[in-house]
Design a protein around this ligand. Structure first.
Ligand SMILES: Cc1ncc(COP(=O)(O)O)c(C=O)c1O
Length: 438
């Protein structure tokens, strides 16, 4: 099932498009260099067809977390088609902006107002701008990954690896003004002493603490509460990034389940099931500062984004998509555990069920992971060591996947024991972070 056309096109892309793709996480080198199908001709439910007509079941990242309901969801797409028929852009505004704002504030009763953008990183940049405008301060203390923008990459101006351990290692701040050095100060998740150290360093210039309320394991007791209390005490805003964690365990922000309310929460990705959309929601007091600064863009007013978001959020709620995501994620995590026990492959299963992952506790884990991807691709699965559940995933698909994982884990065990993991690879070992492509 080797992909010729897709890889040939990707080699052309590497000459025309610096870095090959627009999103690091969709780079074929992150999965299976020289073999990953790279492009799709069609995606529906949890199925994907590549350019060569091969069909796969996507048991990897579900559109990198964007397609929480599934690819080409019929309800969301019907709503979008209607909007296209009625004009997706106009001199007047899209009424869906208001309907969606009402819905998001109903789901998050602490929030009063909403602004929109079209991408996740852009939404975070707008939230940071609002926080800086509100507090008239500059410094941001943060945890986790929040996009490509200058405010965030500024953390790597001070030391090259400040952002390592915040999802993606090796992010280069080349092109980010040196003058931003010291404006973004990181702390690791669940590390209260490190958090205190960072806010002390920011001192009276602390504008906001920016973080995901939860990404992998749950917050340690008192962790989020301490941050909430400290930001209030210091007159700084608390901004929760719900771009990936939101709409997984519940319809809305995961912070609702943790009982800690921010001043601002940010949504993108899953909120619109793959259509470009981002929403910044917040208290009236925080969000009014969006009027003290200039935040304005033509394509923030197009109609498809809010149409898709309204349809996606309503469906998510109506079908209780979160319950399905949790069940599916739990089954996959159990399949990994069972296969590991049966074959003796040493792995650690982690993550909340809808955003599940495993690490390989063997020598040369990256090579072993690459062989896993290769062997799963041979069996008709887009797979990696992470699984993002979609509402479209069926139990039958999970069962087929579980059987394939069992077989592949056995092959990995055999390859490790025979010391020939890299010999079995038909191409190079996958990349694990940000690299400049040759
Ligand atoms: C938590 C978080 N914040 C921000 C972003 C950036 O969003 P986007 O890729 O839409 O710019 C991501 C994307 O992976 C994310 O996971």
């Amino acid at each position: 099932m080797e992909s010729v056309t897709g890889q040939a096109l990707y080699q052309r892309a590497r000459k025309r498009i610096p870095g090959g793709t627009q999103l690091l996480s969709k780079r074929p080198e992150m999965f299976l260099p020289e073999q990953w199908p790279a492009y799709y001709s069609k995606a529906q439910g949890a199925e994907v067809w590549d350019l060569d007509g091969n069909r796969y079941i996507d048991m990897s990242y579900g559109g990198i977390g964007a397609c929480v309901l599934g690819f080409a969801d019929p309800d969301v797409d019907d709503a979008v088609r209607q909007t296209i028929a009625n004009g997706s852009a106009c001199t007047l505004n899209a009424p869906e902006e208001v309907y969606l704002a009402d819905l998001l504030c109903e789901l998050h009763p602490w929030a009063d107002m909403v602004r929109y953008v079209r991408c996740g990183g852009e939404a975070m940049a707008a939230a940071v701008r609002i926080a800086r405008a509100k507090t008239k301060r500059d410094k941001i203390v943060f945890c986790g990954y929040h996009g490509w923008q200058d405010w965030y990459l500024a953390a790597n101006l001070a030391e090259d690896d400040a952002l390592s351990g915040h999802l993606l290692p090796g992010l280069s701040p080349a092109g980010v003004p040196r003058g931003l050095t010291g404006t973004a100060l990181p702390f690791p998740y669940n590390d209260i002493p490190a958090f205190h150290k960072a806010v002390e360093e920011a001192g009276s210039d602390l504008a906001a603490v920016v973080m995901e309320p939860q990404r992998g394991g749950p917050p340690a007791p008192g962790f989020l509460e301490t941050i909430r209390e400290e930001t209030r005490k210091r007159g700084a805003l608390l901004v929760f990034d719900e771009i990936t964690a939101g709409f997984r365990l519940n319809t809305g922000g995961i912070h609702l389940l943790r009982g800690v309310m921010p001043d601002i929460a940010v949504f993108a990705k899953a909120i619109s099931n793959g259509y470009p959309m981002g929403a910044i929601i917040g208290t009236g007091e925080a969000m009014q500062a969006a009027q003290d600064t200039f935040l304005s863009s033509t394509h923030w007013t197009e109609r498809i984004g809010p149409t898709a978001a309204l349809a996606a959020v309503r469906k998510h709620q109506r079908v209780d998509a979160a319950a399905h995501l949790v069940r599916t994620g739990e089954s996959v995590q159990q399949a990994w555990r069972d296969a590991a026990t049966a074959t003796g492959l040493r792995i650690t299963v982690a993550g909340m069920p809808p955003l599940a992952r495993f690490t390989i506790d063997e020598a040369e884990p990256q090579a072993v992971k690459t062989l896993f991807v290769q062997e799963m691709l041979d069996r008709g699965f887009l797979a990696s060591n992470a699984f993002y559940a979609m509402y479209a995933h069926t139990e039958a698909q999970v069962q087929c996947y579980a059987a394939a994982v069992r077989e592949v884990f056995q092959n990995l065990r055999t390859a490790i024991d025979a010391n020939d993991v890299t010999k079995r690879l038909r191409g190079p070992v996958a990349h694990s972070g940000f690299f400049r492509l040759a």
